[in-house]
Design a protein around this ligand. Structure first.
Ligand code: SIN
Ligand code: MN
Length: 262
């Protein structure tokens, strides 16, 4: 899948790009079919919400679930990133954020590259995220908020917040967010399951809790250029992966073929 010049320019200007209808309803159904089995597992990779037993994030699912292993090598997910980053990529992090109905907690204001630099010693911001919507994302169920163009200002100072949610995060203070929003405004891209949202590693983002009765499951794949591999191995391998080999792409139909074989 190749982005056209206008899409590349929009990504470079705004720091994100929303692509509707990248995965079909049938492909989404195949992926969603795996979720109950994944979320039921008691394993360190499944981080639960602080309120109880509901899974907040399931990390590294691509390493043990064949369906998500296929998504991790899917050309419609990976090729636009190779194009935008200008070289071969590997998976730095793979996670499913459940943002479950009623229980899904907030994600505070942050930049992902800030964490990749601080914790993992990733040399450069030559890494970015692909968000694959497995549910419709609406104004009700905790959509991501972006500050457009904030990816241009480099890495901001951040504090390590270990108490607001069940997952520690390097977060940006309120005065800085107020100033940046004053300059760049706010957007919250919404869309149907099967949509994809690409965003720059330095784009400032957050999301509110999900008070609605609708889940907001999103897969986040963080792809990094192979010549930009991390140099510190402080975090567990299931959070900051160590396999720096370039992704070998599967055929376009891989999700459907796998489901038939299963
Ligand atoms: C993230 O920023 O890593 C996750 C945000 C979300 O799932 O809303
Ligand atoms: Mn993030």
């Amino acid at each position: 899948m190749r982005l056209d010049d206008d899409q590349v320019r929009r990504f470079e200007d705004e720091g994100y790009l929303f692509l509707p209808d990248v995965f079909t309803a049938a492909e989404v159904a195949v992926m969603k079919g795996e979720l109950p089995r994944i979320f039921a597992q008691r394993r360190p990779e499944n981080v639960r919400e602080r309120t109880g037993d509901v899974v907040r994030t399931a990390f590294a699912v691509n390493t043990y679930d064949p369906t998500f292993a296929a998504l991790a090598r899917h050309p419609r997910m990976v090729e636009p990133v190779i194009q935008l980053l200008g070289g071969a990529v590997y998976i730095h992090q793979f996670k499913i954020n459940a943002k479950a109905a009623f229980d899904g907690d907030q994600w505070q204001w942050h930049q992902d590259y800030g964490t990749w630099k601080n914790d993992d010693d990733m040399p450069d911001a030559k890494a970015m995220n692909v968000a694959v919507f497995l549910d419709d994302v609406t104004e009700f169920n905790g959509a991501l908020m972006f500050i457009p163009r904030s990816h241009r200002i480099g890495v901001l100072e951040a504090g390590h917040d270990t108490s607001t949610t069940s997952y520690p995060l390097w977060t940006i203070d309120q005065a800085t967010i107020r100033r940046l929003v004053g300059e760049g405004g706010l957007v919250a891209p919404k869309g149907k399951a099967g949509s994809v949202l690409l965003f720059h590693g330095n784009l400032v983002h957050a999301s509110p809790g999900n008070l609605s009765p609708f889940d907001r499951t999103i897969v986040y794949v963080s792809l990094n250029r192979v010549d930009n591999a991390i140099r510190r191995f402080k975090r567990p391998e299931w959070i900051a992966h160590r396999d720096f080999r370039p992704i070998e792409l599967l055929p376009d139909h891989c999700l459907m073929t796998l489901s038939r074989a299963a």
